[in-house]
Design a protein around this ligand. Structure first.
Ligand SMILES: [Zn+2]
Length: 215
């Protein structure tokens, strides 16, 4: 059982430091997908620490307001990507991008043709997921749910959130349980969760986009 551990929607000034402590104690690598509006002089150093401790950093939109397919003006997909990318600076050098789904399972609202083209042209990797234990709703029970899902998958890309729900108080317990069950934590992502890798489309995202009708 292979697991790529990803933290979305942070960084958070109180939660992310504890998450980093727990990951360091367990020797577990992870990726932090940061929301641009969370980035300020207090939280940017947390991402810097994460990178120094061997974790990867990605871009998770600026406002995290809605999936690209249903963004209302004045919010716009390419701006949502580039504003956060600019704030990340050198921390964003890997050009990892994770879109906002508006639910656990991505649907046709996820992406737009214009944003897809932008990610390809910009050399981004688009990182999706296949294991969402709903830690924001199942504060105490998410570790069991995550491991149950992972047990049925060759390679899980697990999404949890370094935000102030209380769920991250169970992170170290989760890491212990996972190790006991033989989980191997890795930094890379499987192709089936990566529709675009370093600007190269690996598989079509048509089922995740509302294609405008030809007129
Ligand atoms: Zn998110």
């Amino acid at each position: 059982m292979k697991i790529s551990l990803t933290f979305d929607n942070g960084p958070h000034p109180d939660v992310t430091p504890r998450v980093l402590d727990d990951l360091a104690a367990a020797g577990t690598p992870a990726t932090f997908f940061a929301v641009g509006r969370q980035l300020d002089p207090d939280t940017l150093p947390l991402l810097r620490r994460a990178r120094e401790e061997g974790h990867r950093i990605g871009n998770h939109t600026f406002h995290h307001a809605a999936p690209f397919g249903v963004l209302e003006p004045p919010l716009e997909a390419i701006d949502e990507i580039e504003r956060t990318q600019a704030l990340l600076g050198d921390l964003g050098a890997e050009r990892l991008f994770r879109p906002t789904a508006g639910g656990e399972v991505p649907d046709r609202r996820l992406m737009t043709p214009a944003a897809h083209r932008h990610l390809v042209d910009g050399g981004y990797s688009c990182i999706l997921w296949n294991n969402v234990p709903r830690d924001w709703a199942n504060i105490d029970g998410w570790p069991q749910v995550a491991l149950g899902q992972a047990a049925g998958q060759d390679w899980s890309v697990l999404v949890i959130h370094d935000i102030a729900t209380g769920a991250m108080s169970h992170l170290s317990r989760f890491l212990e349980m996972a190790a006991d069950q033989g989980a191997q934590f890795v930094s890379d992502f499987p192709d089936n969760c990566v529709p675009i890798r370093a600007g190269e489309p690996l598989w079509p995202m048509d089922h995740l986009m509302r294609i405008p009708e030809a007129s």
